[in-house]
Structures are given as C-alpha cells and as structure tokens.
Design a protein around this ligand. Structure first.
Ligand SMILES: [Zn+2]
Length: 611
C-alpha cells in the first residue's frame, strides 16, 4: 500500500492526539463453579484465578474481599450501622439480630498459588494472604481456591428473600481479589458502600435447582440448555435430566459479577437495533405487571440516550433485574426493587443504567472518589430522565442537585468531596456530597468552560479513560485539553475543600460623564469566573465576562447568552473589581451575576441589583 509522507505524519499525529494514557493495571481472569443449595441457602465453589502483575512492584501479600462476612453481629458494618448518628434505615440494628441461619458468611477452605498451599487469615470481610514466594512484576500466577458461603437474609444490597420476595440477589458473593494499583492495595473492609475491582474476564458456572430463572452480569453460554427465555429463536430447549441445571455465564472485560435467581421470574427480552439485548427479570403480579411492561420502552431509549451523550455502550447485553433493596449497579446489569410507580421505576432504572458508564466502564475508585461515580451518574440520569420521561422537560434538570448541595452547606455538616466513602462522619453528608455536589461539579464546569466544551469533554473523557479507573486529576486534564483553560484551581477548591462561592453586585455608579461603573465583590472563599449580564431600560442585554486570571484564557461565547461586549480578567486575590460600561447609569435597568444559575452561589440574593 502506498502512503504519502504527509498522510503518514497525519496518522501519527492523530494517533498521538488520541493515545491512551499509560497507567498500568493488574489483570484477572476468574473461572468459578458454584453449587447452590436452595434449601439451606448455602453454596460451595471453586475459583481458578489467573492474576497478572503488571505493576513494577514485587507483591508479597494478597487481599481478597469476603463481603458476606459483613452480615454478622458485631461486624464492622454492624457496629458502624448501629453507632452512626443517622443510620441507614435499611440496616439499622438488623445485622445484630440475625440468627445463625440468617447471617452471611464467606469462608476460604483452601488456597494455592501455582499448586503450592498458601498461608492466609480471615480478618472480617478481608482475607489476608501472605505469599511465601512473591509475585514478580510482569508475571502471571494461578490461584486455586475452594470456598463456601451462606447467603445472608437480605439486609443491604445482596441477600436472600428480599422484602418483595425475590429469593436470591447475589452480588458481592464470591472471594474477590482486592485491587492493587499505582496507589497500592485497596483492601477496604466492607462497612457499607462503594466498590473497586480489577478488570478481567469472568467465566462462571452456577448449578442450582432447575426451577430457578437466573440473570446477571454475563452472557449465557448454554441458552438452549437453560431455556427460560434465553433459548435462541426457534430452538427447542434441551434441559438435562436431574433436579439441577448448570448455568454457564461469560462476562468479558468487567470488574465484578452479579447474578440473581428466583423460580418466579418473568423474563422479557428486547432486541435493540444497535445489537444490544435488554433483559428484564421480575416477579409478575399486580404491583409490577403494568409498569415493568412499560419499562420495555424506556430501558432501550435510555441506553441510546447515554450512548449518544456519554459514549457508546460497549457490551451487547443489559439486564434490569428485580432484587436487592433499592437500586444498585453492577457490570452489564442492575438490581432494583420493583414495586414502584412508573416514574420511580423508570427513574431508578435510568440512574442504575447510567452507572454502567461511570461505575461499569470508567470505574473510578469509588471508595476514594465516590462523587466521580454517583455524582456523574446523577448528572447523566437527571438529563436522561428529563429528556425521556418528563412531560414538559425542564430547562434546568440539575436543579435538585443544586438544592441538595445548598442544603448540605447550610447544615454545616459538609465534608470535602475527597473524603473516603466509608469515612464520612454521617451518611447524609456522604449522600449530599457524592450525589449532589458531584453532579454540580459537571453542570458548573459547563459554566466555567462552556456547555459545548463540557459536553465534548465528556465524550473525550470516555474515549481516553474507559476501562482505566480515572481519578479527579484525569477528568480535569481532559477538560483542560478540551477547553484550553487551566482548571486545577477548580478541582482543588471544589473537591478538596468545603469553601463556598458567593459573589455580589455592590453598586452601579455614574462614572466619567456618560459612563457607569459597576462594583462586584467576591464574598465567598472560592473564586470563580463571572458572567455579568447588564439589562438596559430598552430591554436589551449585554454580557461582561470576567474570567479568572489563573484560567489563562476564556470560554467561548455560549449559545443563548447575550452578546459579550467586554472581557476583563479578575485576579482572584482581589476581593472587588470595577467594571466600566460606556453607557450612563440611567440607561441601566439591572445588573446580574450569572443569571443562568449554573454557578453554585450560596447566596443569590446579592447577585442582582435592580436600578
Ligand atoms: Zn448510584
């Protein structure tokens, strides 16, 4: 093939522009076989884990999560749930009251590395493993394990017999290797929230009573054997003899594997034009029938909306499954409770589906940066819900997130977004920060760099960081490259502090014969660029733009905003600034800072001066 030098250089350059960041990560390949006893709610399993150490470090320890051990009296989750000032009502003191056949447990009965037995200790929800021979950089080892578990009565997320009667919500159910990354091990005990895992392939065989219908993370590999609506069109189901059935799932490029099972699931299958198959699994009764059948329209529409605005959904399957205790996201799937109004059902589905982008594929370390998952997911699902469900779409779909953030500020209980998810002092501060202040991060970013840059930036973020666990700096760098602006100050203030924004219009005065002088003041501790809109007596409007000096540039003019007549840089050190306008004070009707309301100004009363 002939190729000109300039075309060759162009290829090189465009490759460089879209080059993936070079951050190593560990690789896993799980093969698991489990046997579920539906009488005892106990299971036994084997796990063959191929683990590749791509780090530059020699590993002499390993850690596995054993999440189900949290559901035992006096576990860290139990004590935390009973002693926190504002307990999660789903947990409260329920763990402390579990009987022996209601607790959860996950025990490792044997573990070998390349055939040699390993030394290990169960420490609550973590298995600590000491390696006699270390795992060297750039090497792959095989870890073989036998384990057994008991499914806890459903308390939080996972468990059996939830309040809507779903038998098994099997999330966090297997010994899962903790993640080791450029920040070291992340062997967080299971206290209550947020997850982080290694990317890899899961091959899972589940043997269970034949009457059960399963769904979850992976693609069913033996559809014509398991049937229950998974069989290929026109194929006769060839169910093996005996009381049990083995379901074979395969999930490539995921960081977790969830499954759910109930003998009474109804299974709806929807084929989308883009090749994605949507599965809905729910127990059909008068509380679910009507709304879950309407969901068939909304789930595919939501996948399309998210793919258009946040990046193409990379899997060929998504399953919405009734189970759990509210809504919880898993790779390629979600568990949601099903007895809901249509609005609530669609809302929770859209929220959990939107997690597929931020939890499922970008997969930031949620323990350290919960706002990059919950906040971005809330932002995206607010947009999707507004577009797909609202009868009259709002022009301000993030309003609820701003309100939540302002309430948090007023409560005096705010902690910085950089707080580890488990270590927020109270649940409410975690929730309002991660969900609301996290969503405001993106909407307000649109104010700082312009909506168009923010939207393009989100697609670039997806292209650059999918399957790579981005951190706060990574998202800021993408937005800096997209906008050409320096944004480190935004991350530093918004993420690492609880400093708030408050700007005021102090005065408008006649100035120098025929001109006027507007004085603005930064009252809050956090600096921001200012859109100042001047409305004249004749009803016309003009915009004065005051970017921060430290931004080293300007956002482009935004659609729908008045004409920008002047740009004046504001040094953040200066508490006040004077803006002169070439028209007399008598021409001016009002002056307002950020009429769009996208800047999270905690006191908007002083943003507008009426003359
Ligand atoms: Zn969420």
């Amino acid at each position: 093939m002939k190729i000109s030098l300039s075309a060759f250089l162009f290829c090189l350059l465009s490759f460089a522009a879209f080059a993936q960041p070079d951050r190593w990560q560990q690789a896993v390949k799980y093969e698991m076989e489990v046997d579920m006893d539906v009488q005892k709610n106990q299971y036994t399993g084997t796990q063959k884990l191929s683990y590749t150490n791509n780090s530059p470090d020699t590993l002499d320890r390993l850690f596995y999560h054993l999440y189900y051990n949290a559901f035992q009296p006096n576990s860290m989750m139990d004590v935390r749930s009973r002693t926190i000032a504002d307990p999660d009502r789903r947990v409260g003191d329920r763990i402390n009251n579990l009987k022996s056949d209601e607790i959860g447990y996950l025990k490792v009965n044997s573990l070998t590395l390349d055939g040699k037995a390993l030394d290990y200790e169960h420490v609550g929800t973590i298995l600590e493993v000491n390696l006699s021979e270390p795992i060297l950089p750039n090497s792959t080892v095989t870890l073989d394990m036998k384990f057994e578990g008991q499914v806890p009565l459903q308390i939080r997320r996972a468990g059996r017999d939830n309040e809507e009667g779903v038998r098994y919500s099997m999330s966090q159910w297997y010994p899962k290797l903790a993640n080791y990354d450029y920040q070291g091990w992340h062997a967080n005990p299971y206290i209550g929230r947020e997850f982080y895992g290694n990317w890899g392939d899961f091959d899972v065989k589940i043997t269970i009573d034949k009457s059960y219908v399963l769904g979850g993370t992976g693609y069913v590999q033996n559809p014509n054997q398991v049937g229950h609506g998974y069989e290929e069109e026109g194929q006769k189901v060839k169910s093996p003899r005996g009381k049990t059935l083995t379901w074979h799932f395969h999930a490539p490029k995921v960081h977790d594997f969830m499954w759910a099972a109930d003998p009474n699931y109804t299974h709806d299958k929807i084929e989308m034009d883009n090749g994605v198959t949507v599965h809905h699994l729910y127990i059909k009764n008068e509380e679910t029938e009507e709304n879950w059948s309407k969901l068939k329209e909304y789930t595919p529409a939501a996948i399309e909306f998210m793919s258009e605005h946040f990046g193409e959904y990379p899997y060929k399957q998504y399953s919405v499954i009734q189970g759990g205790d509210g809504g919880m996201e898993y790779p390629m799937s979600t568990l949601i409770t099903g007895h809901r109004s249509l609005g609530s059902l669609v809302g929770v589905m859209i929220h959990e589906l939107a997690h597929s982008w931020f939890h499922g594929v970008l997969a930031s370390n949620e323990a350290l940066h919960p706002w990059m998952d919950e906040g971005f997911t809330s932002y995206a699902s607010n947009l999707a819900m507004n577009e797909l469900f609202a009868e009259t779409p709002s022009d301000d779909p993030q309003r609820g997130s701003y309100r939540g953030y302002f309430r948090l500020v007023q409560s005096g209980l705010e902690e910085p977004l950089s707080t580890h998810a488990d270590h927020y002092h109270i649940n409410a501060a975690y929730g309002a920060a991660s969900y609301n202040k996290g969503a405001v991060f993106l909407e307000q970013l649109g104010y700082i760099i312009g909506k168009e840059n923010r939207d393009q930036g989100m697609l670039k973020y997806w292209d650059t960081w999918q399957f790579k666990h981005p951190n706060p700096n990574d998202v800021i760098r993408v937005m800096e490259k997209q906008s050409g602006l320096e944004l480190d100050w935004y991350k530093e203030y918004w993420v690492y502090t609880t400093k708030t924004i408050d700007y005021a219009v102090n005065s408008v005065d006649d100035y120098n014969g025929g001109k006027s002088k507007i004085t603005l003041e930064r009252k809050g501790k956090m600096p921001m660029p200012i859109d100042l809109v001047i409305t004249y007596q004749d009803g016309s409007e003009e915009l004065v733009y005051l970017p921060l000096v430290i931004m080293r540039g300007e956002k482009p003019e935004e659609e729908g905003m008045p004409t920008r007549i002047k740009t004046q840089r504001w040094p953040w050190t200066n508490p006040t600034i004077e803006v002169t306008i070439d028209r007399p004070k008598s021409d001016i009707k009002s002056v307002e800072i950020d009429p769009s309301g996208r800047m999270a100004d905690v006191d908007r009363e002083n943003n507008r001066l009426e003359l």
